[in-house]
Design a protein. Structure first.
Length: 242
């Protein structure tokens, strides 16, 4: 039975050939550095075919030539092999760069009519819910009461005006009696004071029955006349004698 021959293609690279030659001479990287005057990190990069570690192609050519000569190899043959490998390496890097440039970056979010309608619908729902929450919270709160008159706690006049402001559509009662309230919430009520301290409870009621009350105290001190009282002197009448 005849044997079939198969051509074996060498997969040796420049780096592997140089590393094998160095090990055959039983040289360490440090010894090779001393012999070639090339830093050990570059020698390791050459043996690993790591051409990206070099600043430029010129550095690689010089270091490979010096390294191959120091190891007793045919430097020209090594350089020719390196040029073929380096050119392929450069070409592959250029092709990779071009392919990356040609890749169109797809937007993370694609705007479609369906997406627009969905966003509008969600926005409308959020707005309606927010308005309902605001309306409920507004009507569920008790009405406000702000008293603007009287501003003094002590007065000298018997008749005064209690004036203030409340929430629109609220009902105002002063000591249990309804007061006139305008649509804007303003209310004005005339009251008559008794001498001494007068207490008024002002109560505001909302449509939902929420209440809020304020109490004001007004001291009524009438002004007394400063003129002295003159008591008339009555002299007894005399009857002439007959």
């Amino acid at each position: 039975m005849p044997f079939k021959t198969k051509k074996i293609v060498s997969s040796d690279t420049v780096g592997s050939r140089l590393a094998r030659a160095r090990k055959k001479l039983k040289l360490t990287i440090e010894q090779a550095e001393e012999k070639t005057k090339v830093r050990s990190k570059y020698l390791r990069a050459i043996e690993s075919d790591d051409w990206k570690s070099f600043p430029s192609r010129i550095y690689v050519l010089g270091f490979v030539r010096r390294y191959s000569e120091a190891l007793g190899l045919d430097s020209q043959e090594i350089l020719n092999e390196f040029k073929r490998q380096f050119d392929n390496f450069t070409l592959s890097r250029e092709l990779e760069t071009i392919s990356k440039r040609n890749v169109v970056k797809q937007p993370s979010v694609i705007i479609t009519p369906k997406l627009i309608y969905t966003v509008l619908a969600v926005t409308l729902v959020v707005f309606v819910i927010g308005y309902m929450v605001y309306a409920v919270s507004k009507f569920s709160k008790p009405p406000i009461i702000e008293i603007t008159s009287p501003k003094e706690e002590t007065v000298a006049q018997k008749n005064i005006v209690i004036e203030g402001k409340t929430t629109p559509n609220a009902i105002i009662e002063i000591n249990g009696q309804a007061a006139n309230v305008e649509d804007s919430g303003l209310f004005i009520q005339k009251v008559q004071l008794e001498e001494g301290v007068n207490i008024f409870e002002i109560k505001a009621k909302s449509r939902l029955g929420k209440e809020k009350a304020k109490i004001i105290r007004v001291l009524y001190q009438p002004i007394l006349s400063s003129e002295p009282q003159v008591t008339p002197i009555i002299t007894p009448s005399t009857t002439p004698s007959v």
